[in-house]
Design a protein around this ligand. Structure first.
Ligand code: GDP
Ligand code: IMO
Ligand code: MG
Length: 424
């Protein structure tokens, strides 16, 4: 069975924990989009590992881990991450990079920084890792791919790209321009960084795995509500975290995918700007943040917290292509008397009720959540390993979420560790 792990909210749902668990039974793990904007945490062997670009499956020896064509790679950050893993004694020989992946150049991070500075209106609250500008250049067909670093035609490509790039850097952003020599020097350095990992015969590796019916796990970053096409645009990232993104970003088509597992927290968090109808700016929000340790892995920013939003989640089931849900962090509610779930939005202008997600996010400021309230379970569930042993109120709560979402909750996570997982 080939599975996709997709974030079903605004990222940080606990995808890496689920990817790590499912990677045990996978032969090939492919990260299909995003870049080092991601911050993925895996807790195993009493150790905490943080990943940004490298697939979480790398912790198992002997697996092939691909950084797919749909990703963007910031070379210096990649090198730092690799060196960190090697220092921890992790075997990284299974890591491969698809040569079609895009490269984040220094001017991409500089443009991201400028766009997020006080010089502009309408900040997104990005991770400032150059993600948007790298994908922009890719789509504008003036980006550099990993394979370009080893191409005898690199110089010719730069003759096309650089004049355009420099014109926008100077005239639009008022930023530093780059000489061809500077870029060639950077490319030489990057070629060295990537050399041990670039897989020029990736087609053969993928073909062989397909023929031999190897188990493939597609690893997503970010989440459905940050998707460039379906998320809370413009407050999104610049790639397709949805299940469909696995087909474009991995090198395999949709027929390779058997299951799409959407990872969602029992509440919602978001970092950066953008609408968030169930956001709690009160003590309850603070309580969730403190118990759930909701601080960004990549930027350290406190995450905005709120109640579970079944309206966006139902939308995520549809556009994310989810076939089941892994619900994480329900243990965060162990001390809560009441737990709320948003089942609809009410428009404060005219009282209109939305049970489907309204995609024009500029009206979200007029929306307030309609909640139903569930009784808490008042006990520590972090050691429970079987579904049947969960307290009745927790089971009732999970059953209600399944009813609302119309997909099964196949995995329930009750703590950060690999062991703290219930397969239903
Ligand atoms: P990702 O980006 O989706 O991989 O998620 P992050 O790593 O950014 O954030 C999830 C955080 O929650 C990490 O610190 C995980 O170790 C932690 N975590 C994952 N699952 C659970 C769970 O079921 N309970 C608790 N308490 N923490 C969890
Ligand atoms: P993981 O994989 C949460 C958010 C940023 C910002 C928006 C655009 O750990 O779930 P970008 O730098 O991508 O251009 O920023 O997207 N964002 C994330 N939020 N988790 C992530 O990754 C994120 N990656 C990007 O905060 O709002
Ligand atoms: Mg994260």
């Amino acid at each position: 069975m080939n599975k996709v792990v997709v974030g079903a909210q605004w990222g940080d749902e606990g995808k890496a924990k689920i990817t790590d668990l499912l990677a045990q039974n996978a032969d090939l793990i492919i990260r299909y989009q995003g870049g080092c904007n991601a911050g993925h945490t895996v807790v195993a062997h009493n150790k905490t590992f943080k990943f940004h670009l490298i697939p979480s499956g790398i912790l198992y020896k002997g697996k092939t881990c691909f950084i797919g064509a749909g990703t963007v790679i910031l070379p210096e950050y990649f090198e730092e991450e690799i060196q960190g893993l090697i220092k921890e004694g992790i075997d990284v020989t299974g890591l491969k990079i698809n040569p079609l992946a895009s490269i984040t150049m220094p001017y991409h991070t500089e443009v991201d920084g400028y766009s997020e500075s006080t010089a502009t209106k309408g900040k997104i609250g990005t991770t400032k890792k150059g993600i948007g500008p790298t994908y922009t250049d890719k789509m504008a067909r003036i980006g550099l791919k990993i394979q370009d670093l080893y191409s005898p035609e690199l110089s010719e490509k730069l003759d096309i790209i650089l004049p355009l790039k420099n014109k926008t850097l100077k005239e639009v952003y008022g930023l530093k321009t780059y000489t061809k020599e500077e870029v060639l020097d950077l490319c030489e350095k990057y070629a060295e960084i990537f050399k041990p990992y670039v897989c020029f015969d990736w087609q053969k590796v993928l073909e062989d795995a397909k023929r031999d019916k190897k188990a493939v796990l597609f690893e997503g970053a970010q989440g459905v509500m940050l998707d460039i096409d379906y998320g809370t645009y413009p407050f999104v990232t610049s790639s397709n975290p949805i299940g469909g993104g696995a087909a474009t970003g991995s090198g395999y088509g949709p027929a390779m995918i058997d299951e799409v597992i959407g990872v969602a927290k029992a509440y919602v968090t978001r970092v950066g700007e953008g609408p968030f109808v169930t956001e709690l700016t009160d003590k309850t929000g603070d309580k969730i943040r403190e118990i759930g340790h909701e601080y960004g892995v990549t930027t350290g920013r406190p995450r905005r917290c709120g109640w579970f939003d079944a309206v966006t989640m139902k939308y995520a089931v549809l556009v994310g292509g989810l076939t089941s849900v892994a619900l994480t962090k329900i243990d965060v509610f162990d001390t809560f008397d009441e737990i709320k779930v948003c089942t609809a939005y009410k428009d404060t202008r005219n009282g209109e009720i939305y049970t489907s997600y309204p995609t024009d996010v500029f009206i979200h400021k007029y929306l307030e959540p309609v909640y139903e309230t569930h009784k808490g379970w008042g006990q520590d569930i972090t050691g429970i390993k079987e579904y049947e042993k969960l307290p009745e109120n927790a089971k009732k709560y999970l059953a209600r979420l399944e009813e609302l979402l119309e997909v099964p909750i196949s995995i329930v996570s009750v703590g950060p560790d690999r062991e703290q997982t219930i397969f239903k």
